[in-house]
Design a protein around this ligand. Structure first.
Ligand code: URA
Ligand code: CA
Length: 446
């Protein structure tokens, strides 16, 4: 089978056979197909798409390009949760311990932040001593004994994705539903859990900006999961403004702890409880979403979720003292208040730009491998719909350096749009996709 024939077939918009897809991916990984042919093929897929069967075949070919994790030694229905990436999205640090506290084991492999989005690994690493690279043996033991572990993606998993993603990044072929769905799902399937919950973000701070595209991606990923024999649910949640008030690694850990301590209410708590309920439901830990929500809230209010987070931190060699004393987390030299200059109502927020402000302060990476400053970032004091007057506190910037600061302040002011009329509130979640179909029931803030 010649690579050029497979490329031409996809260029003409035809479906590729299972064998053609397998052979192409094998050729990529073994280095027999050069980058220019892989790139041409990616562009053909990006333009002409793939049907669900082709997308599932591509995903399984990618899974089979490397090692997979065997979690069968751990008792119970293991669940993993993945977010397509957002700003101030600290739900993993809240939902995962709640689910573990309800008796469902959480085995999670996470990524690092890139560009305007944050990554769970970077947030956890802001906890002194915390280790995200455990051996497979240690990972399994941690899931078994604590019911919860979060580690970095093993380099031997899905080498095909590492190769394809690097080419997509530089050939304008990232924005393709079959390519995104197969990239995400190959890693989740290889990571070995029985149940998978996908949080597809939608809005100005998300990869998918329209609700329609978000549901299309959600449906495609659920279909792949089901074809692979995994219990899979996708939810579509709002990212039209940062989910929590904090953006920055240690600041987000602090906020997640405050939610688990019962000291913070609001969208981050609500969405975390919704995700926890969805994880419990998908892993057969409850009968209805309502029951799941009640169980998760009970775990939060009783402090069992917080205790479980402490167990995980200790087990992964971190300082669990941070849960009682935030001064043990990395901090900054200075906190700069940003005050409103105009009177009006916050009508919208450019969420990507807020993420980029934190990046300018040093909280994120522009390129893979950049060093981050775990202490810096920003804490918002106002949300969409709030009325403001000159002098009101909009945000606090936690800073350690002057470089990038002025630009971050200017961009922040532009990102917070002030008008006259209060906008209609958007739901926190827009619905879900399961094996039984699409449910457009929205979830609103309480
Ligand atoms: N995240 C991934 O892991 N892959 C994509 O293609 C897009 C987002
Ligand atoms: Ca479909």
């Amino acid at each position: 089978m010649r690579a050029v024939d497979i490329i031409q077939k996809k260029r003409e918009g035809q479906s590729l056979t299972t064998e053609e897809i397998r052979s192409f991916i094998r050729g990529c990984v073994e280095g027999e197909i050069p980058d220019y042919q892989v790139s041409a093929w990616l562009m053909a897929v990006c333009i002409n798409g793939m049907d669900s069967r082709e997308t599932a075949d591509l995903t399984m070919a990618m899974v089979n390009s490397g090692e997979t994790v065997d979690l069968s030694g751990v008792k119970g229905v293991k669940v993993d949760k993945h977010s397509t990436g957002g700003v101030g999205d600290t739900t993993t640090l809240i939902a995962a311990p709640l689910v573990a506290a309800c008796g469902v084991p959480v085995a999670k492999m996470s990524g690092r932040g890139l560009g305007f989005t944050g990554g769970t690994l970077d947030k956890l690493e802001s906890i002194p001593g915390f280790r995200v690279s455990l051996s497979m043996e240690e990972f399994l033991q941690a899931v078994q004994s604590v019911g919860l572990a979060v580690i970095g993606q093993n380099r031997n998993l899905v080498p095909a994705d590492q190769l394809l993603y690097a080419l997509r990044d530089v050939t304008g072929t990232v924005e393709s539903i079959p390519l995104i769905a197969s990239s995400i799902m190959s890693k989740k399937i290889a990571a070995g859990t029985d149940a998978i919950v996908l949080d597809v973000k939608t809005g100005s701070g998300a990869f998918m900006q329209s609700v329609e595209d978000s549901f299309a991606l959600a449906e495609e990923m659920v279909e792949i999961g089901i074809r692979a024999g995994r219990k899979t649910t996708a939810v579509v949640t709002d990212m039209d403004q940062p989910l929590g008030m904090a953006v920055g690694n240690a600041l987000e850990v602090r906020e997640a702890v405050e939610v688990l301590q019962g000291r913070q209410k609001g969208p981050l708590r609500e969405v975390s409880l919704y995700l926890a309920a969805t994880m419990l439901m998908t892993a057969n830990g409850c009968d209805t979403l309502k029951d799941g929500r009640r169980m998760a809230e009970q775990a939060l209010v009783s402090g069992r979720g917080l205790a479980r987070l402490g167990d995980m931190i200790r087990r992964q060699h971190g300082d669990a003292g941070v849960l009682e004393d935030f001064s043990r987390l990395p901090g900054t030299n200075r906190i700069l208040p940003i005050k409103a200059e105009k009177e009006g109502c916050i009508t919208s927020v450019d969420t990507r730009e807020i993420g980029r402000c934190a990046l300018l302060l040093g909280a994120g990476r522009s390129r893979k491998g950049d060093r981050i400053d775990p202490g810096v970032g920003l804490v918002l004091h106002r949300r969409i719909g709030d009325r403001i007057r000159p002098g009101d506190l909009l945000a606090e910037f936690y800073v350690n350096r002057e470089e990038g600061l002025q630009e971050a302040v200017e961009n922040f002011r532009k990102a917070i749009r002030i008008g006259t009329d209060k906008p209609t509130p958007r739901p926190l979640a827009l619905g879900s996709v399961t094996a039984s179909g699409v449910d457009h029931t929205p979830v609103y803030a309480e």
